[in-house]
Structure formats: structure tokens, C-alpha cells
Design a binder for this molecule. Structure first.
Ligand SMILES: [Fe+2]
Ligand SMILES: [Fe+2]
Length: 465
């Protein structure tokens, strides 16, 4: 269905036919805007930002680009088109019609899934609120804001589901989404990592590459849900998410390119020498990868999980790209799970977190292959790698144990040495200076191959109104 941009809340769910729901959401809207102004991006709320806005929900629906003040961005409710006669694709309800309403017995489980997903969206906006001040270019600043407004829209997506399908407690959960704040001691965001500020751009690129990609795989699982409105909501969110991962992958690639340039010029890979030139040495980038990747793996939950089994059996959360698997019952089938006690045969349903995570790991590797190709082309024999899944884990079978990045037993000091040190972080922070002149770029990175929507890098992506 086409998106209605005439109403106060843009939507393609025929909101005007449900007055009570429309009123409830119109009541939530000003609270959201207040939250955005208070805890969204600092300083630039009054600037014109070159943003894209969805015009339709298919892959081509991104045609609209234009300068907008962020508080005027048209946040709304967009669901992927309904598939006729969609049936549940896996688990104990396989083959039954997908649910258009919340099944009573799964009400609290579904609400928990939606609230947990929803809470991460505003959390990341809050984590990144000061980053604009140190943006390495206007192009980067614009990308940050694009990611931020879309995470805000993802909050809208989840709040819509809560309002439309969960009655009064859904409305209360929607209020809570704006009351919890990232890093708030009394009322923090639900997941631990979403309470740490992201205050340098290398971390921002790592976040959009690794953490947002976890989000992508959570959304892919939920896009398979037997609860059809959730599936359709998440399908559309995935089209927005792709750009976030692009920001991460190209962001890290540009840092690497700039470093290689200096390595060639100086004929050295010595970190100290390179730091004198103000670029980020590859071993430091590796330590950031080690940190962000291992903490993203934790977000998938324990490798062996009865909760995950229940979600899957009940048809609430599938495997990413469920359609690509042959067996959608997974009864009497097993999965080899690597544990400290050796390989364990685990019932497939209990290994769903790991199966989802394995798909994520394969996806993560793609960017590394590209970065390594760039490094090799520049004539250096350094390879960036993903650390072992045993390394630095806080969740699951390897939690709290010391392994080195190749997965061999190690000691806590060695684990620490493979993670960013205080010194590394301070160095990265020392490089962070905002560059706001169009066409200019901070010294520690380099301009992208192309701009946004075929605009040149020199374009004024963010400008004073
Ligand atoms: Fe999101
Ligand atoms: Fe995202």
C-alpha cells in the first residue's frame, strides 16, 4: 500500500481507519519529538541535513532525498506489503495461517521480543548523540544523522506494534521506551552494551559494522515470525538497515586506506611512527575489531538455549532466511556445538542462537575480505581477522574464560592485550576533531569513492538553515 504522507503520522497501515489507535499514537508523537530534541543529536537540530525519506516500501522506495531539519523528518509506520495467504514457515505451527493478531498464549513472549528489539533503537541514538561534534566530514555527519533518524523510525515501528496489538500494557511499554535512557544509573537501557557511550568515530564505524549487523540478524529472524505484523515490520526495517552497515564497512575501509597511504609514504608499519603522522595503525584497528566483534557475539545469547528453542518451536522467531533451509521441523536433528568440554551434540532447536550467529559470522567475514584485499594491493602482508568465538566472551559456554584470539587457552593479561588499551582509546580520541568545511576531511581518514545519491563529496550535506 502507498505511504500516506498527508496525515500527521505518515503510514501505510491505513491508520485513519482506526481512530483510537491513531489518537494513541498522536499522543505518543510529541513525547517522541521531545525525546529526540533532548537526547538525539546535539547542536545540529536546526541545520538542514540531506536525508533520504522512504516513499514506498519496496527496494526502490528510497527515491526522495532532500535537505530536512531532523525534527521535521517524517517518522512514521511502514510495513512491507502483505503476502496473500502467508503461512507459518517453521516450528510446531508450521503450515497454519500466519497470525494477524497476537495469540494469547504467546502474548508476553512476543511483547518481550518487541520491547527488547525496540529498546536498542533509541539507545543507539542516545549513545551517539555527541558524535556530530567530531565528524571527520560533512558527508560522515550526514550519514550519522541518517542512521540516527532511521533508528528513531525503528522505534516507531516497534511502538506501533505495541500500541496496535498489545492494548494497555503495550502503551505503557511504549512510554517506557522514552523513559529508559542509555547509561542512566536508575533506568538504563535493557541490554548492557547499549549503555556505553560511543564517543569516537572508529567506534561508530565498528558499531555500525558489527553491532548493527547483529540487529540485522535479529530482524531477519523476526521477519520470519508467525506473527505477521511483526514479520512485515521487520522486513521493511531491513531495507533501512543496509545503509547502516554500508556506513560501517566503508567507514573502516576509508580509515584503512588512509593508514596504508601513510605506510607507503613512510615505508613503515611501525605504530609509533604512524601515530606521529596522525593515522590509525592496523594493529589498533585489529584490537577494535576484537572488542566489537566479541561483544556483538554476546548479543546473540547462549549457544545452547532453551528459550531460543521455545521461540522457534512456537513460531515466534525463525532462523535468518528460514526459506533456505530444507527442514523446518528440526525434530530429532542435532547440531555440533563447540564447548569447553568438547564437541557436544545439541538438539537443533536448542542451538538456534548459534545457527543465527553463524550466519552473522559469515556475513561479518565479507568486509574483512575486502579490507584485506586493499591491504594486500598496497603491498603489505598484514591480515585483519575475526577473533575466535571463544575470545573475550561474557555470554554462553565460553563466558568468563581466557582464550587468545586464535581460540587457544590463554591468560587474562593476554586477553586484555588483544583489546583496545586505555592508551589506544585516548589516541583515537585525540584524533577526533570536527571538520565542517564542505569537501574537507579529517587527517585520519580519507574521502569516500562516491557521495550520497550521486552527489559529490564536496556537496554541502549539512548546512546552517
Ligand atoms: Fe535499527
Ligand atoms: Fe541500524
Amino acid at each position: 500500500m502507498a505511504i500516506d504522507y498527508q496525515s500527521r503520522i505518515p503510514n501505510n497501515v491505513d491508520l485513519s481507519t482506526d481512530r483510537a489507535l491513531q489518537r494513541a499514537l498522536e499522543h505518543w508523537q510529541p513525547a517522541f519529538i521531545d525525546w529526540w530534541k533532548d537526547l538525539g543529536p546535539t547542536t545540529y537540530q536546526g541545520h538542514d541535513v540531506y536525508l533520504r525519506t522512504a516513499t514506498s516500501v519496496d527496494a526502490k522506495g528510497w527515491a526522495t532525498f532532500g535537505h530536512v531539519k531532523m525534527p521535521d523528518y517524517r517518522w512514521g509506520i511502514f510495513l512491507a506489503d502483505k503476502q496473500q495467504d502467508r503461512t507459518i514457515g517453521f516450528g510446531d505451527h508450521k503450515g497454519k495461517p500466519a497470525w494477524q493478531q497476537v495469540p494469547g498464549e504467546y502474548r508476553s513472549a512476543l511483547r518481550r521480543l518487541i520491547v527488547t528489539q525496540g529498546d536498542t533503537e533509541p539507545a543507539s541514538v542516545e549513545q551517539q548523540r555527541l558524535l556530530a561534534l567530531t565528524a571527520p566530514s560533512l558527508y560522515d555527519m550526514r550519514n550519522l544523522f541518517q542512521v540516527n533518524v532511521e533508528e528513531g523510525r525503528h522505534l516507531w515501528a516497534m511502538v506501533y506494534l505495541l500500541h496496535a496489538y498489545f492494548g494497555r500494557d503495550g502503551r505503557e511499554e511504549a512510554e517506557e521506551m522514552l523513559h529508559r535512557h542509555s547509561g542512566d544509573v536508575d533506568n538504563p537501557r535493557i541490554l548492557g552494551t547499549f549503555n556505553e557511550p560511543i564517543d569516537d568515530w572508529l567506534s561508530f564505524y565498528m558499531f555500525t559494522y558489527f553491532t548493527d549487523r547483529d540487529g540485522k540478524y535479529q530482524l531477519k529472524s523476526l521477519a520470519e515470525s508467525g506473527f505477521d505484523p511483526l514479520a512485515r515490520t521487520c522486513s521493511f526495517m531491513l531495507t533501512e538497515e543496509a545503509h547502516h552497515m554500508f556506513v560501517g564497512e566503508t567507514g573502516i575501509a576509508r580509515v584503512i586506506r588512509r593508514t596504508l597511504e601513510e605506510m607507503q609514504k613512510l615505508g613503515t608499519d611501525d605504530p609509533e611512527t604512524l601515530r606521529k603522522s596522525g593515522v590509525i595503525d592496523l594493529p589498533l584497528i585489529q584490537r577494535y575489531i576484537n572488542f566489537w566483534y566479541s561483544s556483538a557475539l554476546d548479543l546473540f545469547g547462549a549457544e545452547i538455549s532453551s528459550n531460543a528453542a521455545t521461540y522457534w518451536a512456537n513460531g515466534l522467531k525463525g532462523r535468518p532466511d528460514e526459506g533456505t533451509y530444507e527442514d523446518h521441523d528440526c525434530i530429532d536433528t542435532f547440531e555440533d556445538v563447540d564447548t569447553p568440554g568438547g564437541l557436544e551434540q545439541v538438539a537443533t532447536r536448542n542451538a538456534m542462537n548459534l545457527i543465527t550467529r553463524n550466519a552473522y559470522v559469515r556475513d561479518c567475514a565479507i568486509g574483512l575480505t575486502r579490507w584485506n584485499r586493499t591491504i594486500a594491493k598496497a603491498g603489505f602482508q598484514v591480515e585483519l581477522t575475526l577473533p575466535s568465538e571463544r575470545f573475550n566472551r561474557s555470554v554462553g559456554v565460553w563466558a568468563g574464560m581466557a582464550f587468545d584470539t586464535s581460540g587457544k587457552p590463554s591468560d587474562p593479561d593476554q586477553v586484555r592485550a588483544a583489546l583496545p588499551s586505555e592508551f589506544d582509546r585516548a589516541y583515537v580520541k585525540s584524533l577526533m576533531v570536527g571538520v565542517t568545511e564542505p569537501g574537507k576531511c579529517a587527517n585520519w581518514t580519507c574521502p569516500p569513492d562516491r557521495g550520497i545519491n550521486n552527489m559529490p563529496f564536496e556537496f554541502e550535506y549539512v548546512r546552517a538553515a
